[in-house]
Design a protein around this ligand. Structure first.
Ligand SMILES: [Zn+2]
Length: 182
């Protein structure tokens, strides 16, 4: 299944709250969409991917966690953060900001309710990287990127770095002959 181009920071679809999924309506095309998302994630070795990062306006995301050499994928449809506790600040990156890392404060433990790929309601409780990835992907679906969590001062300080990165991303896309999705 084709690997999709990942939208970069500055593209409108990343700052818009995505549309709630009507499972019955997308059931037929879901395997293809998920296949594309998983292949895209494989290629870039990410810990998660939200549908709007590949240009799809829907509340759908994947979180991939490696635990004791075992890889686990969580499919999240219409996910909501049901419970959260604690706080922890760690370095975080994002596939829509290749090359940028920043310290982001997140809840240490979360419980997420969502539908899985079969349309079955599931509850996922996570700490550590899983908790961080769940919050990061749910943020994406709400039009929030990790940069939005940083202080104004930090964002100002990162501005020149971002400008430089944006030029690199443009070159990356041009060299691959990538078209903007939609
Ligand atoms: Zn991200």
């Amino acid at each position: 299944m084709p690997v999709r181009r990942i939208c970069k920071y500055g593209e409108q679809i990343l700052s818009k709250k995505t549309e709630k999924v009507d499972f019955k309506k997308i059931k037929g095309e879901l395997p293809k969409i998920l296949g594309d998302m998983l292949d895209t994630l494989d290629l870039v070795r990410g810990a998660g991917l939200a549908a709007n990062q590949i240009g799809l306006d829907m509340q759908l995301a994947i979180v991939r966690i490696k635990e004791e050499e075992r890889e686990m994928d969580f499919v999240l449809i219409n996910p909501v953060l049901a419970e959260k506790s604690g706080e922890i600040a760690e370095d975080e990156g994002c596939l829509s900001f290749p090359g940028l890392f920043a310290r982001v404060k997140r809840h240490a433990k979360v419980k997420v309710r969502a539908l899985n790929e079969k349309g079955v309601p599931v509850e996922i409780t996570g700490t550590g990287l899983l908790a961080r990835a769940l919050q990061h992907e749910i943020d994406h679906l709400n039009g929030i990127v990790f940069l939005d969590h940083l202080s104004l001062l930090t964002r100002l300080r990162l501005k020149p770095v971002l400008m430089k990165l944006k030029r690199q991303w443009k070159k990356m896309d041009e060299s691959k002959g990538m078209q903007k999705p939609m």
